[in-house]
Design a protein around this ligand. Structure first.
Ligand code: HEC
Ligand code: HEC
Length: 230
């Protein structure tokens, strides 16, 4: 179930939502803009309150995602330091049942738009947890791919989008990739690589294309590198 989560999300999305998904992505952070009717991924909210997000997180998220969003369970992603636009889009997708995780769909069903914005603001402001320790040789191979790519194999440097620091970019909905466990990072990279193409859905398409030339050994090296980035 987990392995197919993103594939199913992006299979379902374009059937009804290709244009609205783009709208949700490009309008992230401009809550006052006009909303196309019935787009479940577009959120309406006032200036987010991290303090209110902290209260919701303490009662509804901490049990799994850890105190301050620093999960110690390698199968539960860390949310501390994640870019808010990415967290908002994922929570909206869980709530709309477009990204299938039974547990997260159940959690997100109870969240209002304002809750989602407040939670995203809270987690974004938390310091990311400690980096993971990974094999130095594997890590070095991953670092070279991430920072410089491999022109001979058409591998684009991940840093072009995610930044040399790996912390992503909120305005473009680009996720932070640091400090996730090596196992979760590898799982996510395989999911993105194996997601079919749908033309017009910007985010997963960008990741899918970036990952096509890479083999499992490359993905392991990248997972070792990003999980150990400071
Ligand atoms: C019962 C455990 C549980 C609870 C409670 C829970 N989560 Fe999750 N969450 C998970 C798991 C497991 C995943 C990974 C799902 C997957 O593999 O697709 C996840 C994934 C996520 C993601 C996607 C992260 C990414 O990197 O793609 C976000 C965002 C998220 N949760 C936010 C929240 C918030 C906010 C709350 C509280 C309102 C919450 N979760 C409560 C277990 C939980
Ligand atoms: C063209 C821009 C682009 C390039 C190049 C790119 N990414 Fe991404 N990446 C994104 C975007 C956008 C997202 C958020 C996807 C979403 O919204 O589901 C993302 C998401 C991710 C995630 C998921 C984060 C999470 O919390 O689950 C990982 C891991 C990741 N990228 C790693 C990489 C690696 C490793 C490379 C290099 C091989 C790479 N990316 C290259 C744009 C890019």
């Amino acid at each position: 179930m987990k392995r197919t989560a993103r594939r199913l999300l992006w299979l379902a999305a374009p059937l009804a939502l290709a244009a609205p998904v783009i709208a949700a992505v490009t309008q992230a952070g401009s809550p006052s803009g006009p909303s196309p009717a019935g787009n479940p991924l577009e959120l309406k909210y006032h200036t987010p309150s991290a303090a209110r997000g902290a209260q919701i997180a303490a009662s509804s998220c901490q049990g799994c995602h850890g105190p301050s969003g620093v999960s110690t369970d390698p199968t539960v992603p860390r949310l501390a330091g994640q870019v808010p636009s990415y967290v908002r889009l994922q929570l909206a997708a869980f709530r709309a049942k477009l990204r299938p995780s039974p547990v997260m769909q159940r959690v997100a069903a109870n969240l209002k738009d304002q809750d989602i914005a407040d939670l995203a603001a809270y987690f974004a402001a938390r310091p990311p947890g400690p980096a993971w320790t990974t094999d130095p040789a594997l890590r070095a191979r991953g670092e070279a791919l991430f920072q410089r790519g491999d022109a001979a194999r058409n591998v684009i440097a991940c840093a072009i989008c995610h930044g040399a620091h790996g912390r992503g970019e909120d305005s473009r909905g680009i996720a932070s990739v640091t400090n996730m466990s090596p196992g979760y990072a590898l799982k996510v990279l395989h999911e993105f690589k194996e997601t079919p193409s749908f033309g017009g859905i910007p985010h997963p398409e960008a990741m899918r294309i970036a990952l096509q030339p890479l083999q499992d050994a490359d993905l392991r090296a990248l997972a070792a590198y990003i999980s150990s980035m400071q």
